[in-house]
Ligand binder design. Structure first.
Ligand code: UDP
Ligand code: MN
Length: 383
């Protein structure tokens, strides 16, 4: 009697186990992101265990000051060239921006990563930022080690800066929808905290965006959080707060995605006084929801938002994107040292160090020279 009953019981148990296993497999197949979104992203620790914050290079010296000091064109000792003289007659003399050193500092956080366009982006952005007084540029590079090539470009701008190495954790790197620039921005937030920066304003400015200089005077005196339109976003070509009677009442963005704060990373600035009120503020590794979760983590309320850019009628920042293409291989089937007799030795080494192209002896597009309108093999120079 006992035997069959036990076996039914066992069979029932087995059946239950198989059923539960089937449901689990079914759920995993149906919702592969269930684990991702619910588990380790539930809490957003300030620093993951293996998260890196490596300060590579830093400068607090503003060596642009000479340019901003009250040197008018007449003070310049060098004899101006003809074009400068003409320019002087035609255009009203542009006074440099006056600063007295008490204005809030803008902490401009730029996530960046090595790819062949990186240095070009950094030069373009750096030359924009050169016009902005009282700015500290935090360049957070998505790398394990400090890039000397990147630093050689950053430091020449004379802008006070900090270069960080802040790689994306490997568990996110392989994903189809990887959270781009998050490890970097988190590292910058940690740098701000560790260095007790409690006055000034934080702004996230990606390396490929385009910034109107007016943006900086708009955000500098942000009380809590300021917001403004970002051009070239999504299916509306814009992401903007909706403003009535000088107050933000909603948002205009083509990707609502159940976000409370459907804004772009470039569409807001936060005062450090306000940020300091939320010591646990952070950004999750959750592609698409970084802005929303960050703004939730600082406890933002609608009435805290100051609309900027003439009540959000002007576009002072653009979400431009640089077309990327594969790094080409150039075939030079000869001793490369010979190229050092020409400019090409140094030139090509420089480009290779930036990942713009690769030189190979056996593969790629054959390198040729053009002399007097006719194509010559490279050996022409060394025969
Ligand atoms: N970024 C990064 N690591 C990556 C990809 C991007 O640090 O693997 C940076 C990138 O330099 C940029 C920001 O993250 O400053 C946003 O990336 P991207 O411009 O590619 O994305 P978008 O927002 O334009 O779609
Ligand atoms: Mn971008």
């Amino acid at each position: 009697m006992g035997g069959p009953r036990t076996s039914i019981f066992l069979r029932q148990k087995k059946f239950q186990f198989v059923l539960v296993a089937a449901v689990v497999v079914f759920l995993i197949v149906l919702f592969p992101n269930l684990y991702d979104s619910e588990d380790y992203e539930k809490e957003y620790p300030l620093l993951l265990e293996n998260e890196q914050l490596v300060i590579c290079y830093e400068s607090n010296v503003d060596s642009r000051k000479a340019l901003y000091a009250a040197t008018t064109l007449s003070d310049v000792t060098d004899e101006p060239s003809t074009t400068q003289r003409n320019h002087r007659q035609q255009a009203p003399q542009q006074q440099p921006q006056q600063v007295n050193g008490t204005e809030p500092v803008i902490y401009f956080v730029t996530p960046t990563y090595p790819r062949r366009e990186q240095i070009a982006e950094i030069i373009r952005l750096g030359q924009t930022l050169m016009h902005v007084p009282r700015l500290h540029w935090i360049v957070a590079d998505d790398t394990n080690s400090c890039s000397e090539v990147l630093n050689s470009h950053i430091r020449k701008f004379g802008i006070p800066y900090t270069q960080l190495a802040s790689p994306m954790p490997t568990m996110y790197r392989g994903r189809k929808n990887a959270p781009r620039g998050v490890a970097n921005r988190r590292a910058a937030l940690n740098w701000i905290r560790q260095n007790q920066k409690k006055t000034g304003v934080l702004y996230f400015g990606d390396d490929d965006n385009t910034f109107d200089l007016k943006l900086f005077s708009e955000i500098r005196y942000t009380k809590k959080v300021s917001m403004f339109p970002v051009g070239l976003i999504g299916d509306y070509g814009i992401s903007s707060p909706i403003v009535r009677n000088g107050r933000v009442e909603g948002f205009f963005d083509s990707w609502p995605a159940k976000r409370k704060w459907p804004v772009d990373m470039a569409g807001f600035a936060v005062s450090l006084e306000y940020l300091a009120l939320s010591p646990n503020a952070t950004m999750p590794f959750k592609a698409g929801y970084e802005e929303d979760e960050f703004l939730k983590s600082i406890g933002l309320k609608l009435e805290d938002i100051e609309p900027k850019a003439r009540n959000c009628t002007e576009i002072l920042v653009w979400h431009t994107q640089t077309k990327s293409s594969k790094s080409p291989t150039v075939r030079i089937s000869m001793d490369r040292q010979k190229l050092d007799k020409l400019n090409l030795g140094a030139l090509l080494r420089r480009l290779e160090s930036m990942g713009v192209n690769h030189i190979s002896e056996s593969e790629g597009t054959t390198a040729q020279a053009i002399v007097n309108g006719s194509v010559k093999p490279f050996s022409f120079w060394f025969s």
